[in-house]
Design a protein around this ligand. Structure first.
Ligand code: 5GP
Length: 141
């Protein structure tokens, strides 16, 4: 049986406005914001607004919609950061690498010959995140 969704997770708190974030996109079904410990400049997380722990319990339509927005962010990010490529990742359950238990899709701009930083290796400076947020929002406009 799938584990239950816990509404106390960090991303649920961000969605409710209880914790701050660098928002780059929002509509009635999805929300996207910068990862606080980016593995590459512009590392963005796309989440459905509907509560879902991960790919094992998300409603198919909610997942499909989040992926549609991930594509939108990917295209904008490639331009905003002059990236050579994009990597998407989605981790489900601890054994799958998941740390925060509200479904999210990582959208990561990639640069030829540059490896991703390991997960959670360093917190980015707030002013850098703010500048990257502005760049992404402009590219999405
Ligand atoms: P997971 O391994 O669950 O797929 O990844 C969780 C991601 O959330 C990590 O990349 C981590 O850096 C990011 N993260 C953890 N806490 C916060 C936070 O408070 N705010 C933001 N924006 N990202 C976070």
């Amino acid at each position: 049986m799938a584990a239950a969704y816990d509404s106390g997770n960090i991303f649920a708190k961000i969605l409710r406005g209880e914790l701050p974030c660098n928002k780059v996109y929002e509509d009635d079904r999805s929300f996207a914001f910068l990862d606080i410990m980016p593995r590459t400049p512009g590392h963005t997380l796309v989440i459905p607004k509907a509560p879902a722990r991960n790919i094992l319990d998300v409603a198919p339509d909610d997942f499909a919609y989040a992926m549609r927005i991930a594509q939108k962010i990917a295209i904008a990010a490639k331009g905003a950061f002059s990236a050579d490529g994009i990597t998407l990742q989605q981790f489900s359950e601890a054994a799958g690498g998941q740390v925060v238990f509200h479904l999210h899709v990582h959208v990561m701009p990639r640069f030829a010959g540059v490896a991703l930083l390991p997960p959670a290796s360093r917190k980015e400076e707030p002013e850098v995140l703010a500048e990257h947020t502005r760049r992404l929002i402009a590219a999405l406009a």
